[in-house]
Write a protein that binds this ligand. Structure first.
Ligand code: NAD
Length: 666
């Protein structure tokens, strides 16, 4: 049997490995719809065969044609590696560049069976968030990374490694683009077509950028969101008790909702149609109970409300049925949201009411037009049921999954009276935008590359100490955020959030990120801990332009532009990032967003110290500057503070105009 290091260095095997059986125990991606014409199918096969010598073409052409017919994509299952995929200690990776090894570790984490949603289809989360399009790309990328030096950069075109190009030691080791399209070719069906052809992929955010850290990444953000949403209804911890939160989705990110509900201290009901997803979360301890009967659910929830329990319940079934049933039986819902994958409504992201899970899977592949009408009808019912609850006092917010966008497109009653805005806010408009992003607080994260839990524990302690010192000096405007983040990091070990690599997420502002990273770099230099990989979710202050999500609280008209995200990735790349990525379509859907991210290896060196200061400062203040220019009050405050702290920062500030002056003009 080939060793791990040898298989990595081998790249594309010269002799064909044995064909692999399809494993029914694994959670597989749904069959993608048939979209290619016969001529395009031939092109897809020819494209796939480019990786192989001619003498293998006859066997592989037939095999890939069958994969295309059966699954709608060519995954090249035969080439799945022998080695188990998970984040090893950085020392276990073969290679000449520590930075490249760090990237291998992160790629393997994204494809770990415990972490990835559909590991055999190379999908990390969100139903279509791909690391690579096929297994040959995985093999080739790992080989390139194992042979590259710090004088080269690997260029990634939507999963395909274009190759190694000469660069320099402080250049990014990898530059990733995913799904970048000519704007007119960015409709959902364009993704279906060009992905089936093998020339692009949907990288989501942290999937195609190798920065996913399992559901923990999202638990923190979800906790902040649920906590602040419930704070709108209840001021004290005691008032929060007994409040009911109704939502849907126990998948990649959505699976964090019940855990966040428990941390925030509410009763949560999360509907999930896929039994495998619900059971996985239950077995992981992320949701307390599973109920599959609506009457039993009503009785259980009423009991929990009466006794003010903190409990998370998964309902195995369609969320539309729950909203309707709770309305009919008088269950009062305090908070409501939805995290079905509506960024991908026609291909498995949203299961319509009135069809079983199996019927829906069959119809979306074999009768996609009919499936679409079911989805639209279900969305209209969904919106109508939510409206009945909000009329009774429920606070409903869109969770950035395009629920309001797709409901409106389906004709659901979700528009405000001005016919421009939605009736309900997005979680960014009301919560994360003004309270976090405008001040620079966002989902900073790190991974201990040694793979040692004790390193993670030490980094938690270092980060906590930095935040406590900072809190003592912080202005009142950000005291609540600092307190929430300190509480989070203190409880992080106890909450057992690690799935996969030894990773931690911690919301922090620019100063916090820089001070924590500098303290890590010092601890590495002193030999207290091994190397640390820094990163963040793309869902952040500066990385993402997304008019219905990250930048939905930008009101100067610029939310439909993407200058900020593009500037951000360019700026990160020449300020010392180890790798950078820019994507079309993460989160809310193909064509709806541009988002970028970075990874940075800290090795205790003086160069790492210079890089972290320069890059993290830019990576947060770019977005604050833009939010300030959009006249967001908290961002104006934050950027003025940043300018006081750094004399080389000089940002254009907006002048506010008197509304009365404008009233008379037109
Ligand atoms: N958690 C966050 O902080 C966050 C932030 C922004 C956006 N989002 C968005 O939330 C969505 C979900 O992300 P994910 O990674 O969990 O996706 P996912 O596809 O892994 O999970 C969604 C789950 O919803 C279930 N589902 C679909 N339709 C349903 C229905 N009608 N009733 C009940 N269950 C249904 C699916 O079976 C699936 O398990 C995405 O659109 C994502 O962009 C999440």
């Amino acid at each position: 049997m080939i060793s791990f290091a040898d298989e990595i260095k081998q790249g594309i095997p010269t002799a064909l490995p044995a064909a692999k059986a399809w494993d029914p125990a694994i959670n597989h991606a749904p069959k993608r719809k048939e979209i290619l014409s016969p001529a395009e199918k031939k092109l897809a096969i020819a494209n796939a065969l480019r990786y192989f010598p001619k003498d293998q073409h006859a066997i592989l052409a037939a095999e890939f044609a069958e994969e295309l017919q059966t699954y709608g994509r060519i995954y090249m299952y035969r080439f799945m590696p022998e080695h188990p995929i998970f984040a090893r200690s950085i020392d276990a990776y073969p290679g000449k560049s520590e930075q490249a090894k760090a990237i291998m570790l992160m790629i393997q984490n994204n494809l770990d069976h415990r972490v990835a949603q559909h590991p055999h289809e190379l999908i990390t989360y969100g139903g279509n968030g791909a690391v690579f399009q096929n297994w040959i790309q995985y093999r080739l990328v790992m080989q390139y990374l194992s042979e590259m030096t710090d004088e080269q950069t690997l260029v990634m075109y939507s999963g395909h490694p274009m190759g190694l190009f000469p660069s320099h030691s402080n250049a990014p080791r990898v530059v990733v683009t995913n799904g970048m399209m000519i704007p007119n070719y960015s409709k959902p069906d364009d993704w279906e077509k060009f992905n089936a052809l093998g020339v692009t992929q949907y990288g989501q955010m942290t999937a195609g950028s190798y920065m996913y850290i399992g559901p923990q990444g999202i638990v923190h953000g979800t906790t902040i969101t649920v906590l602040n949403a419930v704070r709108r209804l209840a001021k004290t911890r005691d008032d929060i008790k007994g409040k009911l939160f109704l939502t849907a989705g126990l998948g990649g990110m959505s699976g964090a909702q019940p855990k966040a509900g428990n941390i925030a201290g509410v009763i949560s009901v999360t509907a999930e149609v896929n039994p495998k997803a619900a059971r996985t979360r239950h077995e992981q301890g992320w949701v307390d109970e599973i109920i599959s009967d609506l009457d039993v659910l009503v009785t259980r929830v009423k009991k929990a409300q009466a006794s003010k329990e903190v409990v998370s319940i998964a309902y195995l079934g369609n969320v539309v049925d729950v909203w309707e049933k709770f309305d009919q039986t008088g269950v009062h819902v305090d908070l409501g949201s939805d995290q079905t994958s509506l960024h991908n409504p026609w291909a498995g992201g949203y299961y319509p009411a009135g069809l079983s899970f199996e019927q829906a899977n069959d119809m979306m592949a074999n009768d996609p037009e009919n499936f679409k009408t079911y989805v639209q009808e279900s969305l209209r019912r969904h919106a109508a049921a939510v409206n009945k609850h909000t009329a009774k006092g429920t606070y409903f917010f869109d969770y950035g999954n395009a629920f309001l966008l797709e409901s409106s497109r389906a004709g659901g009653e979700v528009m405000a009276e001005n016919h421009i805005d939605f009736k309900y806010p997005s979680y960014i408009q009301d919560i994360l935008g003004p309270m976090c992003f405008d001040f620079g607080f966002g989902p900073f994260r790190w991974v201990c590359a040694s793979g040692k839990p004790e390193d993670l524990e030490k980094t938690d302690a270092i980060a906590c100490q930095v935040l406590e010192t900072m809190m003592a000096e912080s202005p009142t405007e950000i005291q609540q955020q600092m307190a929430d983040n300190i509480q989070w990091i203190k409880g992080a070990q106890e909450n057992k959030l690690v799935v996969g690599s030894q990773a931690r997420i911690l919301y922090a502002d620019a100063e916090g990120r820089m001070r924590i990273a500098a303290a890590f770099n010092e601890a590495i230099a002193n030999g207290e801990i091994g190397p640390v990989i820094l990163g963040r979710d793309h869902h952040d202050v500066s990385g993402t332009d997304s008019p219905y999500r990250e930048t939905s609280n930008i009101y100067d008209g610029s939310r439909f532009t993407a200058d900020m995200a593009i500037q951000n990735v360019i700026g990160d790349s020449f300020r010392g990032a180890t790798w950078v990525s820019i994507h079309n379509g993460g989160g809310v859907g193909w064509g709806e967003v541009i988002n970028g991210g970075f990874g940075m290896l800290l090795d205790g060196s003086a160069q790492a110290q210079r890089n972290l200061t320069s890059m993290l400062h830019w990576d947060v203040n770019n977005g604050i500057a833009r939010r300030n220019w959009a006249r967001n009050e908290n961002a104006v405050f934050a950027i003025k503070r940043a300018m006081e702290a750094e004399p080389l920062l000089k940002v254009t500030l907006p002048n506010l105009v008197d509304d009365q002056l404008l009233d008379g003009l037109f």
